[in-house]
Structures are given as structure tokens and as C-alpha cells.
Design a protein around this ligand. Structure first.
Ligand code: HEC
Ligand code: HEC
Length: 73
């Protein structure tokens, strides 16, 4: 019984760190640079140009505020 409680506490502590897999509402980081030919996000992410994943949310301003660049640019 005590082991079960410990296991549940551990699970509760670890889940938030991994994000919520049930809602999946965390914006993915931008895996490429954000300048140069990448500056106009919608040119690829609205139509899927170059194999870009198409956004499944309505168009929003300032993409990078929610999708931080992973390349530091
Ligand atoms: C020249 C086309 C192009 C432009 C412009 C572009 N992207 Fe992308 N983007 C891609 C491609 C191709 C992928 C998938 C391949 C990869 O991982 O690099 C991608 C992947 C992503 C992903 C990951 C999506 C996922 O499901 O994990 C995000 C977020 C993203 N881009 C955001 C942005 C933002 C923000 C901008 C503007 C600053 C932008 N993109 C501009 C082509 C583009
Ligand atoms: C207010 C925050 C916010 C802004 C601003 C925003 N996004 Fe997102 N985006 C999200 C969230 C949250 C998700 C994941 C859930 C979803 O798909 O709705 C996401 C998902 C994505 C994905 C992945 C879609 C998939 O199914 O793999 C791409 C690509 C993307 N956004 C591109 C963009 C682009 C391009 C812009 C700017 C035109 C933008 N986002 C602006 C919050 C945002």
C-alpha cells in the first residue's frame, strides 16, 4: 500500500515536466532558423510548401512568441 502511494506521488510529480500528452496543446519549438528565407512563416506553413507541416490553428501574429526558435535566432 505504501509503495502504491509513493508511485502515485512520483507519477504526479513527473507528468507536468513531460507536458500533457492528453491535450497535446503545447506549441512545438521552431526546429529551423527564423531569418532569411524562413522569415515569412506563413509562406510555408499555410500551404505546406517544401514539406512544412501545415498549422492546424487559425492564423496568428508573431509566430515566434509561441514557437521559440531552437537555433537561438
Ligand atoms: C521555407 C519554408 C519554411 C518557412 C518560411 C518556415 N518554415 Fe517552419 N518548417 C518548415 C519545414 C520543412 C518544417 C519541417 C521540417 C523540419 O523539422 O525542419 C518546419 C517545421 C516547423 C515547426 C515544427 C512543427 C512541428 O509539428 O513540430 C514549427 C513550429 C515551425 N516550423 C515554425 C515556423 C516559424 C515560426 C516560422 C517563421 C519564423 C517558420 N516555421 C517558417 C519550413 C518552413
Ligand atoms: C498563441 C500562441 C501561438 C501562436 C501565436 C502561433 N501558434 Fe502555432 N501552435 C500553437 C499551439 C498551442 C500549437 C499546438 C496545438 C495545435 O496544433 O493547435 C501550435 C502548432 C503549430 C504547428 C504544428 C502543427 C502540427 O500539427 O504539427 C505549426 C507548424 C505552427 N503552429 C505554426 C505556426 C505559425 C506559422 C504561426 C504564425 C503564423 C503560429 N504557429 C502562431 C500556438 C501558437
Amino acid at each position: 500500500m505504501k509503495k502504491l502511494v509513493v508511485a502515485l506521488l512520483l507519477l504526479a510529480a513527473l507528468l507536468p515536466a513531460a507536458g500533457c500528452p492528453l491535450t497535446g496543446s503545447r506549441p512545438p519549438a521552431t526546429p529551423h532558423e527564423s531569418g532569411g528565407e524562413y522569415a515569412e512563416c506563413s509562406s510555408c506553413h499555410e500551404g505546406g510548401a517544401g514539406g512544412a507541416p501545415v498549422t492546424d490553428h487559425p492564423r496568428k501574429d508573431d509566430c515566434l512568441s509561441c514557437h521559440p526558435p531552437s537555433t537561438g535566432r
